[in-house]
Structures are given as C-alpha cells and as structure tokens.
Design a protein around this ligand. Sequence first.
Ligand code: C2E
Ligand code: MG
Ligand code: MG
Length: 653
Amino acid sequence: MRGRLPNLLSNIFAGDLAPLGGPVVSDRLSGYVRAEQMRLVKRNSSGLMLANICNAVVLMVAVMGSADAVVAQAWCGVIVFVAGFYGWRSRFSRRITPPQTVSRLATQRLCASAFLLGSLWAVVPAVFFPAAAHSTQLVMTCIVAGMLAGGALAFATLPIAAIAFIGPLLLGAMTCIVRIGDFTYALVAILLAAYTVVLLRSVVLHALEFTQRVVQRVEAETAVRHDALTHLPNRIAFNEGLRLAQSRLDLTGHAFAVLLLDLDHFKEVNDQFGHPVGDDYLAQIAARLRRSTRDIDMLARIGGDEFALVAADIDSADAAFAIARQVCDVFAEPFLIEGHLLTGSVSVGIALAPRDGAGPNELVRHADVALYRAKKSGPCSIRFFEPGDDKTARDNQELLRDLEGAVARNELFLVYQPILHLADDRITAFEALLRWDHPQRGLIGPSQFIGLAEESGLIHAIGDWVIQQACADLACWPADIRMAVNFSVAQLQSASVLPGVLRALAQSGIAPSRLEIEITESMLISKYATAGTTLNALLELGVTVALDDFGTGFSSLTYLRKLPFSHIKIDQSFVADMLVQPDSAAIVKSVLSLASDMKIGVVAEGIETAEQLAYFKGTACEAAQGYFIGMPMRAAQASALLGVVSKSSSQAA
Ligand code: C2E
Ligand code: MG
Ligand code: MG
C-alpha cells in the first residue's frame, strides 16, 4: 500500500491516462505515447506563449492609473519574461528532430511549467481585480476567460497539464469573487465553474482517443518488426539495427560484424517430421541463440531457416570468429521435440564493418557471399568475406562496363504491367518495368543492374530514358489510364531529375496527374533529407507518389506522414504468404486498416492466384497487380489490351 499513492500521482503527472480509463501500456510504449502527447503540445506552445505575452502587455496598459498600477505592471512583466522564456525554449527545441520517446520527468516538468504560468495569471484576478476600474475589470475578465480556453486547447493531449494550467487560474478567479462578495459575481463563479468542467471533459475525451490511436499505431509498428514464431526481431528490425550500427560506426568509430546464419538440412527436418516439429525446432534454436549471444548484439530471424546477427563492438576477425563459434556450439546438444531427438548444425558467413563493406547493403551482400562459400564447404562451416574470391564482384564489374553503353545501343526497353482497379474490375494504370536485352547474357531483370547503375551514377541517364519512354508510350493510351514509374533515390537526389520529368511531360503532352512515381520505403527513411525537396517539387507539379514494397524496408508509419502518398504498395512477399502465414496476414490487415485511416490507397503487389485476388476484393484495397492479372508486357500488347491502335515507338521492339 505504501508508495502506491506517490506512484499513482507520479504516473498521473507523467501523462498516464490509465486512471482516467485510458489504455494500460508498458513502460516502453508509454515513452512513445508521451512523445506524441508532447509533440502536439510543443507545436502549440509558441502560439500560447505569444498569446500570454500579448495579454500581459494589454493588461499593463489597462491597469495604468489604478492605485496598484506599478505592482500590477511589474507582475505583468514577470509573466512576459516567463512566457517569453518558455516560448524561446520551445521554438529552439522544435528545430531538433522530435525524439521517439520522452521520459516521465520531461512530462512532469511540462506540467510544472504549466502550473507556474497558470499560477502567475491566477494572481491577476485574485489580487488586482477588486480594486481595478470597471473597464480594467472587463479586460481582466476577457483575459482570464481567454486563458482558460486557450490553455485547454494547447494542452488538449495532456489533460494533467491542462489542469495544472487551468486549476490555479480558476482558483484565482474564485478568490476574487469571494473577496468581492457580490451576488451577481456568485453567478459568474457558477458560470466559470461550468465552463471549466465542460472544457476539461472535452480535453480528457480528446486525450483518451488520441492516446488510443497512438497505442494502436505503435503496436502495429512493433508487430511489423517481430517474428511471431521465434519472438525474435524480423528482417525489418534487422535492417534497422544494421543501419543503427552503421550510423554508430560513422559517428563514433565502433566497428561491428554481420553474421548470417543458415541452418543445415532444415528442409529434411520439415520433410521428415512435419512442419509443427520444424517450427518448434526453429523456436528452440532461437531461444538457445538468444542465450548464447550478448545483450548488445542484435539477433533476428530474417527468413525461413535464416538468422542474422549484428555483433556490436567487434574490431577483429578473431572476436567475430569467437562469436560464430558460440553460435555453432548452440547445436552441440540435440533438441528434444515431441519425443524426437534432433541434431543440427549451422553455417555462418561473416562480414566485418568497416573492412568488408561501405554500407549495410554491401555488408549483407558480402556476408551472404561468405555464407554461400560456407555452405559449399559442408555443414557447420564458418567463412569470412574475402574480396579476392568474390566472383560476383568481378561479374558486376563486367556488367557495369556493358551497362555504360546500353542506352545508346538501344538495349534497354520497358515492359508494362497492368494494375487492376478492384471496385470496377478495370485496368486503370500500368507500372513501367525496365528490361535489358544483353547481347551475350540475354534478358536481364532490373534487380540485377539497377543497384550497379545507382552505385556508378549511370542511373541518371537510365532513369531519364525510362521517364521519357514511359510518358511517350502513355501518350498513346486513353486519358484515364495512369502510369507508375519507379524512381531510385539517387535520381531524386539529383537536381536534373525535375527538368527531365518536365521535358517528358511536355514532349508527350500528358497531364502530370497521370504520372505516379514509385519510391521504396527504405529510401524514404534514409534519404528523405536530400530527396524530400525534389519529391515535393514533383508533387507540386501534380505528379503523385506511391510508397513501393511496403513492409520490406523499415515500415515506419511515422514516415507516411512526411509526404502525401497517394498509394502504398504492399510488398509481394506478404501477399505470397498471406493465406498460409498468420503473421503475413496480420501485417496485410494492419497495413490496410492504417492506410484507410490515413486515406491512402493500397495496391496489392504480386497477385498470383484467384484466391489472393478474391481476398483483396473483399477488403478496402483499391487496386491489385500481379501475374494473375497480367504479366509485364510490351507497349504494343498493352495498347491491344486497352483496345488502342498502337503508335508507340517501342512496339516494334
Ligand atoms: P517493383 O517496383 O516492386 O516491381 C514489381 C516487381 O514484381 C517486378 O519485377 C514485377 O515483374 C514483379 N512481379 C509482378 N507481378 C508479380 C507476381 O505476381 N509474382 C512475382 N513473383 N513477381 C511479380 P521486376 O520487373 O524484376 O522489377 C524488380 C524491381 O526493380 C522493381 O520492383 C523496381 O523496384 C525495380 N525497377 C524496375 N524498373 C525500374 C526502373 O525503371 N527504375 C528503377 N529505379 N527501378 C526499377
Ligand atoms: Mg514498383
Ligand atoms: Mg514493389
């Protein structure tokens, strides 16, 4: 019992709404809730402080000629100083990126500031009102009423701060009314009390609803990063952890290692004992791996039988090898699952940062090359990335040399995949997808060369060709057909992309609203600072932007607020697993519901079966795309599909 009351009070002053019927949340989650509450309060605080200063200055003028004018004016001066200080502090902190979580102490401090300001104002009616002239009393009444309403609005997400501000003000007003002792003033007191109750009730209701929404959003974000089977972080969380480790390395020089783990013969376990045993096996392995790794390491399950580890503070191959050995030792004891004794092993590929890669993508790619070699060496092998052995690297160099002249030699072409609008079962758009007809290697897909083009800077010329060609082909199709074009981050970071898009629109004569730009979410997060300006300029032209491959990168729903996306494209991996994997289905459902809350359309990618299409037809999903609806096709075929006689340049290709 002892300590419960102080605890409760400290929770209430930290913004906890559970005592008022709000959601009961974990400590971690409450930090996110507080951050959101504070973000909105801070957004309003400059305005509120300005109002405080204006009111105090007006009052300074109004009290001129009163008996206690000097004291009252000095008091107003104190208010101007305090409000000015708070206003300056909040403007300053707004320049800093808002934190993801906020401590209880920060919220308690905010309540204390609200209380101080409310108390300063409370002195005005309590001390200066009775002796003031009628006209001055009128000014004071307006100011107190205005402050009550303004305070409630400004602290609408944090009822306790609203109470801390309004409470003293109300008390001051009541003291003044008691001091005057007039019946008419008693009526004013009743009115004031009634207004305050109504105001506070609305504040509490608004705050409860707001908090509920924040909790739902944060829980959805957490679910998206969690592997339901092993309770480990999933690939999305791994990518984030890796990026964090890279930022830490860039900032402080702390090296790290990336270990990719692949179970040996896992398929045989599944085939021989069935999937439930396979699942249990994975869960037990995950539990043992967690015990064998350090708290500072990030262990994740990134695929069926693939795990990954970001090992922090590893500055030598020996240290990384020791961790890999520990991982292998996890399999020294057999696993007992449903009466079966299973023995297993794991192969490990290691890349050391910064030695083996300039960034997260390269590190993972190189750890994967090492894992490939480990797998070839037989079960239970550990291999480091070795640049000399990297045939892929040599292959890429050759490919890059060929890519340099590919546009000039007319080897690139576009195919168009239809996008079906689900409500009226009609093709309303196409996505332009790049292909390379390599003279020796044959047809090459974009995933094999876009990365190279980005790294080498060739993406600018290629991207420009893509947008010109896509717009030229779109010009031959009916005016209600739209075109989605994929853009790389590097393109959006360059100033030349905007003139390129303008030229494509002008030459083809198509309306900008028919063009949609697809960007992937990983790019949005890592490069928003540099690509945001171009994206906003494109949006101003009337071009729309879609968020591609949603769910594979960072899935930070926070970023959805940064740009007015017209569509989110649910990545095909979720669509593929959705009908068999409950966690994929859960992700699809939560994306659909969040997108509908945010009024963003959803396009489901990778529809390969009638069942998948039927599923989305029964949801709020706006459109779908996939082999079942239509394969990517040449412009001439797309024209035929639309019933148009094709004139486009690429039809002959
Ligand atoms: P994306 O934008 O997500 O494009 C969809 C990819 O899924 C395409 O692969 C498409 O052929 C494939 N796909 C469509 N329906 C299905 C299906 O039902 N099942 C399966 N398994 N796959 C399906 P593609 O053409 O190989 O393109 C891969 C990625 O390359 C694209 O992913 C896009 O991110 C990038 N890309 C393509 N064209 C360009 C381009 O012109 N510029 C840039 N920067 N990137 C491009
Ligand atoms: Mg795309
Ligand atoms: Mg996609």
